[in-house]
Design a protein around this ligand. Structure first.
Ligand SMILES: [Zn+2]
Length: 70
């Protein structure tokens, strides 16, 4: 299953955990869900178990937008 992440404005410094990467997917696991960028649909996290990634913000290496994991 594919889950589209929510785009958020760039978080102010120190308020959120922001993961920056130059490659995608940034995370790879052995679960059932792929998380895609809410803007360009690049796969940011592949085969993630539900709830495995929480409360972080990822900087999309493709379009430069910030996506939030709920
Ligand atoms: Zn993107």
């Amino acid at each position: 299953m594919r889950i589209k992440l929510k785009i958020i404005p760039k978080p102010s410094e120190g308020t959120r955990t922001v993961i920056e990467s130059k490659v995608s997917p940034i995370f790879r696991g052995d679960g059932e869900s792929d998380y895609i960028c809410g803007h360009c649909k690049a796969v940011l996290a592949e085969k993630i178990r539900r709830g495995q990634i929480k409360n972080i913000v990822v900087h999309c290496p493709k379009c430069g937008q910030y996506s939030e994991f709920p």
